[in-house]
Design a protein around this ligand. Structure first.
Ligand SMILES: [Zn+2]
Length: 127
């Protein structure tokens, strides 16, 4: 079992989130994988914060951002010992910058469906 400290994601010295310790045990996540996951979560947190500073994105910037978040999610699945499956990605709509319909996207996890909003600064460029 991992300790609270081992599961805490930090940016600099600041704790920003915590990984699910039970899931880590169930998935057989190693210490190295846990460190990788913490790095990936910190990276995600920083991407979210950086985007907060921007009011508008060009289509090109939105696509680049979208791809970066997707790559982080794939790396996370890999380190959680889950199969890499884009249909299970959820961080793109948990992004505080995203205004796409949250619950609809939660409900459609595992399917090919995604719900985008025309006023989301990231995903309005995606359809
Ligand atoms: Zn969105």
């Amino acid at each position: 079992m991992y300790t609270e400290e081992e599961l805490t994601v930090k940016v600099g010295d600041k704790p920003v989130s915590k990984l699910n310790g039970h899931l880590a045990v169930r998935q057989g996540v190693t210490k190295t994988q846990l460190e990788n996951l913490k790095t990936l979560h910190a990276e995600l947190h920083q991407k979210f914060s950086e985007l907060k500073e921007k009011d508008e994105l060009t289509k090109e910037e939105a696509v680049e951002y979208f791809n970066e978040i997707r790559d982080i999610e794939f790396d996370m699945q890999d380190n959680w010992n889950f199969e890499k499956n884009e249909d299970m990605h959820s961080n793109w709509f948990k992004d505080p910058n995203c205004t796409c319909p949250y619950l609809d996207n939660v409900d459609s996890l595992g399917s090919k469906l995604s719900y985008y909003s025309g006023d989301c600064k990231i995903h309005k460029h995606m359809f």
